[in-house]
Design a protein around this ligand. Structure first.
Ligand code: ADP
Ligand code: MG
Length: 335
């Protein structure tokens, strides 16, 4: 039987890379981390295994997140990472896949080029780029082709992206570098200041996911954390509560609220009307922080919903958009 090449969608996130294959769904989800031997420049580990090395590497090994702040700070490594993941999912070298890639919103055209080149080198037949808010909306099941306004807020590791979409295009958008990573950093700072204790990024992320909140929880939660006492220099264990998390994360959360406000102010009135009916849709892992939906809703007076499978939306939408590829050729290109 005649067999076509696969259709593949890649969500090149600042924290997570996801690969979606048509008819199979999301087949790969790994941290965007690469471990490199600085003496030889050789890639040692990619994804989960590399992430486990963060903060635990000897001198000659570095674990990098090449997309960390929403820009591709390290082309070479990004290329190697894409190649590694594509080869992992693409067993059939004979039929070259069509690959749709979603890159961080703040990436430049040069960076976009580096990414598509890497995919071509890794064996893609043809590559396309889609803007993240469009992919997120498609993945969340919204029909973006209608003349109707939708507001999507995607919060990842590096950036929070706010966009209003209508007729398959982005009408207004805003991107700030305050998202999951900044939450982690805020927790590290808070604990250093308040408890004179140094904790690692991974511990901060754990705290954020387990007991973190940006809106009061109905019941106070607490968690034990280990770190280093800044006074004695020795290991120390303390208990942190969710109320402290609220305090630690307040500033970051209000910056996200502010970005949503600013975007609403720039949105044409008809579309604001649509959004007041349909509400705001949240996607991305960062949007899972407890209470962000309630906070946004209380500050804007709008309905706020977290998309089903919020972490997978962009990857799904990226893959699904391959179906509309021909009709989207113009509108999906970054401008
Ligand atoms: P990106 O698209 O930038 O790769 P993701 O959408 O994968 O990012 O989101 C990654 C961020 O989401 C990380 O900062 C991670 O800590 C955060 N995150 C994931 N799950 C949760 C959760 N349950 N609560 C709070 N934050 C979460
Ligand atoms: Mg993302």
């Amino acid at each position: 039987m005649f067999k076509f090449g696969q259709d593949i969608g890649i969500d090149l996130g600042t924290a997570t890379i996801l690969v979606y294959i048509k008819n199979k769904g999301v087949v790969l989800k790994e941290p965007s981390v690469v471990a490199i031997d600085t003496n030889t420049g050789k890639v040692l580990k990619v994804g989960k295994e590399a992430q486990n090395m963060i903060g635990r590497t000897p001198g000659n090994i570095v674990a990098i997140r090449p997309l960390r702040d929403g820009v591709i700070s390290d082309y070479d490594t990004t290329e190697k990472m894409i190649r590694y993941f594509l080869r992992k999912v693409c067993k059939n070298r004979f039929f070259k896949p069509r690959v749709m890639i979603c890159i961080p919103s703040q990436a430049t055209e040069v960076e976009e080029r580096a990414v598509t080149d890497a995919a071509l080198q890794a064996g893609a037949g043809k590559t396309y780029i889609i803007e993240e808010p469009l992919a997120a909306a498609i993945g969340a099941g919204i029909d973006i082709s209608k003349p109707y306004g939708h507001m999507i807020v995607d919060i990842g590791g590096g950036t929070a992206d706010v966009a209003v979409i209508s007729l398959g295009e982005i009408v207004v958008s805003n991107s700030i570098k305050v998202a999951g990573d900044k939450f982690d950093e805020a927790i590290v700072r808070y604990i250093r200041k308040k408890h004179n204790m140094m904790i690692g990024d991974r511990t901060a992320e754990e705290l954020k996911i387990e007991i973190g909140c940006v809106y009061p929880r109905p019941m106070t939660l607490s968690m034990e954390v280990k770190g280093r006492c800044l006074v004695s220099g020795l290991p120390k264990v303390i208990t942190i509560t969710s109320e402290e998390m609220l305090e630690a994360l307040e500033e970051c959360a209000s910056q996200i609220v502010e970005a949503v406000h600013a975007t609403l102010e720039k949105t044409p009135p008809e579309l604001v009307g649509d959004i007041s009916t349909g509400g705001i849709l949240l996607t991305g892992g960062g949007s899972l922080i407890y209470g962000l939906d309630q906070l946004l809703s209380s500050k804007t007076g709008l309905d706020v919903n977290i998309a089903d499978d919020a972490v997978l939306c962009v990857a799904k939408g990226t893959g699904m958009s391959l179906n509309y590829m021909d009709s989207m050729k113009n509108s999906s290109r970054r401008k």
